[in-house]
Write a protein that binds this ligand. Structure first.
Ligand code: NAD
Ligand code: UD1
Length: 336
């Protein structure tokens, strides 16, 4: 299939491009590079030894999107483009609602116009709110605590309503749990700007000596060791989940959790990282982070049954691959 990947220069999008190319699909990337670098597109080509067409456009720009659909016979769209920093979304709500909702609506509109019926959307486990774990697709969604989460719940709703009105439209709403790690080559990975908000990129910066210690947000949750529990999934498993969703896409809207079904605490991550890479991660316990919940992990059985997909890579691989990318990243940038 000929697939338009919006946000394909970003963290999850770039790994998904590699998985799509490996599965024999063709890829066209549309990205405005607001949170990524063109270098990533070169690396996708290097890893896969295949060509990738790249358009530097904003996907809220309907004319620019339409020009791509007019030029290429597309079979489907995977829509990753969006803003994702939870804290920033509280400070700049309009920025988030505009970018994340308008991009989804523009793409859906142009898809309808050009008869492109396959649509895969990046949603998030954040839409479950403080439900009881494990999170199941059939659960009623609880309010999220921030505008970012709301944009995901609203985008899901918009796409479900379109699928309801147009029976040909086939949509997969993929609710990601916590993607970590990097491609095994160490060529692409997660490279956030500034001080990372998320756990694994923070840990790799501490390992590298760029940050002095990890601050663990609370050890008084009702969990195995008091620290927060999450469902960490290797980004290549997540990427392969998109290929499976695309291959099995039926008419209507279908929601799938993409997680491992396993919960891991912050302290367990630290210990696994230390053992896997032979590096000590100094840490201190600080107050809970506002908005955090104790537990977040998936019931991953629906994707396994319906898509024949399951996460294969373990926590150790997530830690070694994340560290390999962090070590190589600067060296690769300096080489170019
Ligand atoms: P990312 O920031 O690395 O990638 C997003 C890409 O979209 C970037 O390359 C950015 O330049 C591009 N982009 C943003 N707005 C755009 C616009 N209007 N037009 C064109 N390009 C635009 O983020 P990621 O971690 O790869 O996340 C991808 C998607 O998955 C996002 O929608 C995010 O909300 C969702 N998601 C991510 C996580 C996570 O933990 N990383 C979890 C759940 C859901
Ligand atoms: C966060 C977002 C969520 C988003 C997800 C993936 C919040 C409240 N939630 O989830 O909406 O979908 O990222 O991008 O931001 N931790 C530390 N120290 C750190 C960083 C994290 O102890 O420096 C802990 C957290 O308290 C949590 C766990 O590590 O228990 C994972 O945190 P993080 O990587 O930020 O992901 P989430 O909070 O699950």
């Amino acid at each position: 299939m000929n697939i338009l990947v919006t946000g394909g220069a970003g963290y999850i999008g770039s790994h998904t491009c590699v998985a799509l190319l490996e599965a024999g699909h063709s890829v066209i990337v549309a990205d405005n590079l607001s949170n990524s670098k063109i270098e990533t597109i070169h690396r996708i080509k290097e890893i896969s030894n295949k060509d990738v067409l790249f358009y530097q456009i904003d996907v809220t720009d309907e004319q620019a999107v339409e020009a791509i659909f007019a030029k290429h016979a597309l079979d489907g769209v995977i829509h990753f483009a969006g803003f994702k920093a939870v804290g920033e979304s509280v400070e700049r709500p309009l920025h988030y609602y505009y970018n994340n909702l308008v991009s989804t609506m523009v793409l859906a509109k142009v898809c309808q116009h050009y008869g492109v019926h396959r649509f895969v959307f990046s949603s998030s486990a954040t839409v479950y709110g403080e439900n009881e774990v494990p999170f199941k697709e059939s659960m009623e969604l609880l309010p999220t605590t921030n505008p970012y989460g709301e944009t995901k719940a609203m985008s899901e709703r918009i796409l479900m309503d379109i699928a309801h009105a147009n029976p040909k439209f086939s949509v997969a709403l993929l609710r990601y749990f916590n993607p970590v790690g990097a491609h095994e080559s160490g060529f692409i990975g997660e490279a956030p700007n500034g001080i990372p908000n998320n756990l694994m990129p923070f840990v790799t910066k501490v390992a590298k000596g760029e940050l002095d210690k990890l601050r663990i947000f609370g050890d008084d949750y009702n969990t195995v060791d008091g620290t927060g529990v999450r469902d960490y999934i290797h980004v290549m498993d997540l990427a392969e989940g998109h290929v499976a969703a695309l291959d099995h896409l039926d008419e209507g809207a279908h929601i799938y959790n993409l997680g491992t079904g396993e919960g891991t605490s912050v302290l367990q991550i630290v210990k696994t990282f230390e053992e896997a890479n032979g590096i000590e991660i100094p840490y201190e316990i600080v107050d809970r982070r506002p908005g955090d919940i104790a537990y977040c992990y998936a019931d991953a059985s629906k994707a396994q049954k319906a898509l024949g997909w399951t996460a294969k890579r373990d926590l150790k691989a997530m830690c070694t691959d994340a560290w390999r990318f962090e070590k190589q990243y600067q060296a690769l940038v300096d080489m170019k």
